[in-house]
Design a protein around this ligand. Structure first.
Ligand SMILES: [Zn+2]
Length: 456
C-alpha cells in the first residue's frame, strides 16, 4: 500500500494550501495572454511563461521539446440562414476547419450524427449541411467530434454543424480533423440548433450560407519539461497537463487549471529537503487540443526509456478531487487506499475507477502500457458548461479546489516516486489490447488509425 511520510504531507499541505503561487500566476497568464492555440504566438508566450516559472522555482533540467504542428488560426465566419425569415447563426468554426469556404446548401437534421443516423438518411445527405447535437443514443458509444465530421464527409455532406449541449449561446469549438478539413465544420448554439430542428421537423426547407476564412500554416509547438532529480536509479514519475487551449476565451479551466496544478506540484515538491528515490518529471504538453500531439511526440521520442516510467499522472480540467482513476488497473484500488485515507481531510474518498478512456494526454502513455493515474474530481463554478466556449475564463477556476488537487497530486507523486519497488508495472502489448477491447475503445482508436500490437 502506498503512503506518503507524514512530515512530507505536512510540508506539502502548508506549502500548497497556505503559500500556493500557481493560482495567481494562472490569472496573469489568462488575462495577459489568453487563449493559446497550438503553433500561435500566444501559445509560444504560454510556453515561455511556464519555462520561466519552472526556472524561478528552482526546478532542474528545464527544457523545451519542440515539434512541427499545423498552426490553425480562426479568421472570420458568417453562417446565415437565408430567406425571408433568415437569421445569423451563433456559429464558431471548429479547429482545423478549411481556410476558405463560400457555400450555400440545405440543412439536414442528422440527430446525433452517428452511423445509424447516416445509414437511415442515405442519399438524402448528399450536398447537405448536416446538423447534429452532442448527444449519444442509448447503447451507442459517444463519438468525438472528429468522428462525427468523418461520418458526415463519408456520407457526402457539404458541411457539419454541431449544436451545443449547454444552453445560453455557448457555441463550442474543438478540433474537427487532424489536418485541414475538407468541408466546413462548426459549433452552433443550442438555441440555434433547436430552432433549426423545429423548422426542419415542420417540413420547411432551410438553407444556410457559409462564408469562412481561417489561417492554416506550418508552425511549431513546444512541450515544457522540468525535473526534480531522484536519489536512486533512473526511473521516473511524470506529472503533466496540456497548456495549449482554444482561442474563444482564456483556456482557463481547459487547461490552464491542469497546468497550474502541475506547476504548483513542482513548486511545492521542489521545496522538500528529502528527495524521493525516482526522478519527478513535470510536463506541460503542447498541442493537445489538436490531437494530443505533445504527449504523442514525447512517447515517440522516449521509446524504450518508457520502461522506466513508473507512473504518469495527467491533469486535464481537474476540479475538486474525490478519488483516483487508474485505467486498466483494478488492483490499484488497494494500492491507493492508504493515500486516500491520508488525504481524507482534503476530500479524497475511498473511490477508485479503472475504466480506460481517451482524448487527453494520458492516452499515448496508456496505449504504450505505462501506468497512468488521474484524480476523479468535480469542476466547481459550472465550469463544464463553458467547455470550449467564450465562457472558459479565469473566474471559473476555484483557488481552493486547485490547491486540493495540487496537494493530492503532489502527495501521490511523492509516494509513487519513493516506494522501494514499483507496484504498477508496464503492461505488455497483449495486456494493452485486452484493456482496450474490454473498455470498448477499439472502434474509437481505429478511427485514429491505432491498431493493437498483439492479440487481446
Ligand atoms: Zn483539455
Amino acid at each position: 500500500m502506498l503512503k506518503v511520510p507524514e512530515a512530507v504531507l505536512d510540508q506539502l499541505t502548508c506549502e500548497i494550501l497556505n503559500r500556493g503561487e500557481a493560482y495567481v500566476e494562472l490569472g496573469t497568464l489568462c488575462d495577459t495572454v489568453g487563449g493559446r492555440v497550438a503553433g500561435t504566438e500566444a501559445a509560444k508566450k504560454g510556453e515561455e511563461w511556464a519555462f520561466k516559472l519552472f526556472e524561478r522555482w528552482g526546478l532542474a533540467c528545464v527544457r523545451f521539446e519542440e515539434f512541427p504542428v499545423l498552426a490553425w488560426t480562426r479568421g472570420t465566419l458568417s453562417a446565415q440562414v437565408v430567406g425571408d425569415h433568415g437569421w445569423t447563426l451563433a456559429a464558431v468554426a471548429h479547429g482545423n476547419a478549411p481556410a476558405h469556404v463560400a457555400a450555400e446548401a440545405e440543412v439536414l437534421d442528422v440527430g446525433h450524427g452517428d452511423t445509424p443516423d447516416y445509414e437511415r438518411l442515405g442519399e438524402k445527405v448528399l450536398g447537405k449541411v448536416t446538423l447534429c447535437d452532442e448527444g449519444v443514443a442509448e447503447g451507442r458509444r459517444g463519438l468525438h467530434r472528429t468522428e462525427k465530421l468523418k461520418l458526415a464527409i463519408e456520407a457526402g455532406a457539404a458541411g457539419l454543424m454541431i449544436s451545443s449541449s449547454a444552453a445560453g449561446g455557448l457555441s463550442r469549438t474543438g478540433v474537427c480533423h487532424y489536418a485541414e478539413a475538407s468541408i466546413p465544420s462548426m459549433g452552433i448554439s443550442q438555441e440555434d440548433g433547436s430552432r433549426l430542428q423545429r423548422l426542419l421537423a415542420s417540413g420547411r426547407t432551410v438553407r444556410v450560407r457559409i462564408d469562412m476564412q481561417n489561417g492554416v500554416a506550418p508552425g511549431h509547438a513546444r512541450n515544457v519539461i522540468a525535473e526534480i532529480p531522484g536519489t536512486d536509479g533512473d526511473e521516473v514519475v511524470l506529472a503533466g497537463g496540456h497548456l495549449d487551449s482554444w482561442d474563444l476565451a482564456q483556456g482557463a479551466t481547459d487547461n490552464g487549471l491542469g497546468s497550474a496544478i502541475v506547476l504548483e506540484m513542482a513548486r511545492a515538491l521542489g521545496k522538500l529537503e528529502k528527495k524521493p528515490r525516482r526522478t519527478m518529471r513535470f510536463a506541460l504538453w503542447a498541442a493537445e487540443e489538436v490531437g494530443l500531439c505533445g504527449s504523442h511526440e514525447h512517447v515517440r521520442w522516449h521509446g524504450d526509456a518508457l520502461d522506466g516510467y513508473a507512473a504518469v499522472l495527467n491533469f486535464d480540467m481537474t476540479g475538486d478531487p474525490f478519488g483516483y482513476w487508474c485505467p486498466g488497473r483494478p488492483e490499484s484500488a488497494e494500492l491507493l487506499s492508504g493515500l486516500a485515507t491520508q488525504l481524507a481531510g482534503h476530500g479524497i474518498e475511498q473511490r477508485f475507477e479503472h475504466r480506460p478512456g481517451l482524448h487527453s494526454d494520458h492516452q499515448p502513455f496508456m496505449l504504450a502500457g505505462v501506468p497512468v493515474l488521474g484524480l476523479m474530481a468535480n469542476l466547481p463554478n459550472e465550469a463544464g458548461r463553458y467547455y470550449h466556449s467564450v465562457g472558459d475564463t479565469f473566474e471559473k477556476v476555484s483557488r481552493a479546489a486547485l490547491g486540493r488537487a495540487a496537494l493530492a497530486g503532489a502527495a501521490t507523486m511523492y509516494a509513487l516516486a519513493d516506494e522501494p519497488k514499483r507496484s504498477l508495472n508496464r503492461m505488455s502489448d497483449a495486456e494493452v489490447a485486452k484493456m482496450v477491447k474490454e473498455g470498448n475503445l477499439l472502434e474509437a482508436l481505429a478511427a485514429e488509425g491505432w491498431r493493437p500490437k498483439a492479440e487481446a
